[in-house]
Structure formats: C-alpha cells, structure tokens
Design a protein around this ligand. Sequence first.
Ligand code: ZN
Length: 226
Amino acid sequence: MIQPRDNALVVLSGGQDSTTSLYWAIERFGRASVSSITFDYGQKHRIELECARNVAAAAGVANVCLPIDTFAALGGDALTDAAVAVSDEADEETELPVTFVPGRNLIFITFAAAFAYRRDARHLVTGVAQTDYSGYPDCREATMAALQEAITLGMDREFMIHTPLMHRTKKETVELAVQLGALEAMALTHTCYNGCRPPCGECQACRLRAGGFAEAGVRDPLLDIR
Ligand code: ZN
C-alpha cells in the first residue's frame, strides 16, 4: 500500500461546522498542507458555494468546487427538491428530518478521497457531529469509521477521516472556533435552511446555531452583516 503524504483535504460546505473544521485542520497540519473541496450537489441555496469560496479565501487555502448533480434528480429532500419545503416535520416513516439527503456525506467523502488520492493527501477532514444535531445517520462516528475502512480498502491507500466536532456540542464548537481564531470567518458562513443571509433566525439550523453562540456567551458575527 502506498503511503501518501500528510496533506489534508477539508470538505467545506460554507457553514459554521465545516469552517471551524477548516481552521482546526490548519492548526493541526499547517496552512500549506491544507486545501478544501466543496460540492455543488444541486443545493437550492447557491449562496453556500459562494460562502465556501469566501471562507477558503479568508483562511488562505485553495478551494475546488466539484459538481454532483444526482441528488436533485433523486428528489424528496428539502435541500435539493424544490417541491419539498423546509420544516421541522420529520418523515413519518424514518423519523428523520426533511433536510436529510440520503447518502450525502458518504458520497461527499468518497469523492473527497478520490480527489485526495490524485493529490497525495491522506487526511480527510469533515465537520460532521453526532451531538446536538438532527440525528443524521451519516454524521455518526460508526458511519465514519466504516467509511474510512471502505475507502482505505477500496483505493488501497491509508486514508484517515478526521471529525474534530464529532463529540462537541454547538456551544463547544463555538468555543473551539474562538480558540482557533475562526470567529471572524463566521461572518462569511451560511447556516440557514431558508437560504437567508443574515439568517432567518426561525428555522431549525438557525436556532441550533443561535443556541450554541448564546450558550458560549459569544456574539455571532453573522448577525452583524448587512
Ligand atoms: Zn434560518
């Protein structure tokens, strides 16, 4: 098995968590060893792509955006299907939120690994977390451990998936961002399920984010943009 170099690739969505994870990676691996990848998966809120670009530029790392246009064709989730509205309602059968895009993180990280393979990077960094969140099964530690094994076997390269936020609450994620000097970059991020910047403040994503900042006693710089 070939041992790739210690370069790191961060899956950057332009949101609070992936932005914090990007700054974590810069501290851990050094800026020169870090780059970022963003997926255009047909998300209704195109502003995410612009936010990811802006965050990467502010952090001083490269950002590549790759297209995956299959999720919107599958339909049925509130993030890519124009016919499904964002709401707090869960799917009756699965009890998962309507914002769950089945397979999204599995596919993102598999594509990130394929990209990293070509660029001699072995560390993949993602902002997924199993604490405090919506219960997406593809954000869980067991999923990531199994995926790490699958991509390592499937590409015959020793990949490591890093999940710095896995066991942190939203409050602890805010505290980590402060500690890493990532707070200013939070003004460039996007979290709202309704696609609003400044945020709507009403949707589940906005409420989770606001709760984390409030508990940490930190003012969210995103609230001060115009
Ligand atoms: Zn919102």
